[in-house]
Design a protein around this ligand. Structure first.
Ligand code: ZN
Length: 249
C-alpha cells in the first residue's frame, strides 16, 4: 500500500511534466510564425520539410550567389532605356515579403534583344518606354515565392518551374514620357478576371493600352498568357530551369 502511492504520484508528476513541456514546445513555434509575418526582409523557410516541393531547390540553393553572369543570360538595365521596378525585390508585392535580395533584370539573349527592340519601337512611335516588374527568376527565388504562398493557384510550384526560371518570361507594362504607367485596368499581380487578357469590362483606353502592349510584344516574338495582362514569354528557344542568382554588391 505504502509503496503504490509514491509510484502513482510519480506517474502523475511525469504526466504533468510531459504536458507542460509539450505546451512550452508549441509556444515558440507560434511566436516565430507570427514574427515572420512582420519581420522586414524575412525569408521564409518556415514550412515543414514535407511541404518543400523539390530537392533541387532546397534551402542550400538560396544564397549560393555567383558574381559572374553566365553567357546565356543578359542583364537589362535602365541604361537600355527600360524602367526597372522589380516588385519581388521589395515588399510591394502580393506576398508582402521581400523575395529577391536585390533588384536586377536578366533574360536570355534572344529575349533581351527582342525587349530592347520593343522599347525602341515604343519610344520612336509614341515616346513611351517599357517598365519591367519581373524578369529571370532563379529557381531558389521561385522556391522562396512558393514558401511564402504554397498555393498553385497563385505561384507555379518549383518542381514544375516557371518560364521566369528559364529566363524567358517577363512581367511588364508601358510608361508614358513622364514615367507614368499607362492604365492597364488592374495593378500588377491582381488575381481576378479583370486582369485577364480577354476581359471586356474595361474602358476603351485600358483596352487600347493592352492592345498596344500585346501587339508590340507579339510582333517581336513574345506570347501572352490568358490570365495576366503583364506576363509574356519568349518561346523561340527553350532553356532549362536555372539556379544561377545575381550578386547584390
Ligand atoms: Zn510573369
Amino acid at each position: 500500500m505504502n509503496s503504490t502511492k509514491p509510484r502513482n504520484l510519480g506517474a502523475i508528476l511525469l504526466m504533468i511534466l510531459i504536458l507542460v513541456s509539450c505546451k512550452e514546445n508549441s509556444k515558440p513555434k507560434l511566436e516565430i510564425t507570427n514574427k515572420q509575418e512582420n519581420i522586414k526582409d524575412e525569408t521564409i523557410h518556415n514550412l515543414p520539410p514535407s511541404e518543400i516541393n523539390t530537392p533541387d531547390a532546397s534551402k542550400k540553393d538560396v544564397g549560393k550567389i555567383k558574381n559572374d553572369t553566365p553567357s546565356d543570360l543578359n542583364e537589362i538595365t535602365e541604361a537600355d532605356g527600360i524602367v526597372l521596378d522589380i516588385k519581388y525585390a521589395g515588399k510591394d508585392n502580393f506576398t508582402k515579403r521581400k523575395i529577391y535580395d536585390c533588384a536586377r533584370c536578366f533574360l536570355r539573349p534572344e529575349a533581351t534583344q527582342a525587349l530592347i527592340a520593343i522599347n525602341n519601337e515604343l519610344l520612336d512611335k509614341h515616346g513611351y518606354s517599357l517598365k519591367v516588374f519581373d524578369c529571370f527568376r532563379p529557381k531558389s527565388y521561385q522556391q522562396r515565392l512558393w514558401d511564402a504562398v504554397p498555393d498553385p493557384d497563385y505561384v507555379t510550384p518549383p518542381a514544375k518551374g516557371s518560364m521566369h526560371s528559364r529566363g524567358l518570361a517577363v512581367d511588364l507594362t508601358i510608361v508614358d514620357k513622364n514615367g507614368q504607367d499607362l492604365d492597364m485596368g488592374t495593378e500588377y499581380d491582381y488575381f481576378g478576371e479583370e486582369a485577364h487578357q480577354d476581359y471586356q469590362g474595361h474602358n476603351t483606353q485600358v483596352i487600347q493600352n493592352r492592345i498596344l502592349l500585346k501587339s508590340v510584344m507579339e510582333k517581336h516574338g513574345f506570347k501572352p498568357i490568358r490570365t495576366e495582362w503583364w506576363h509574356y514569354s519568349f518561346r523561340s528557344k527553350i532553356y532549362p530551369l536555372d539556379s544561377w542568382a545575381w550578386s547584390c554588391d
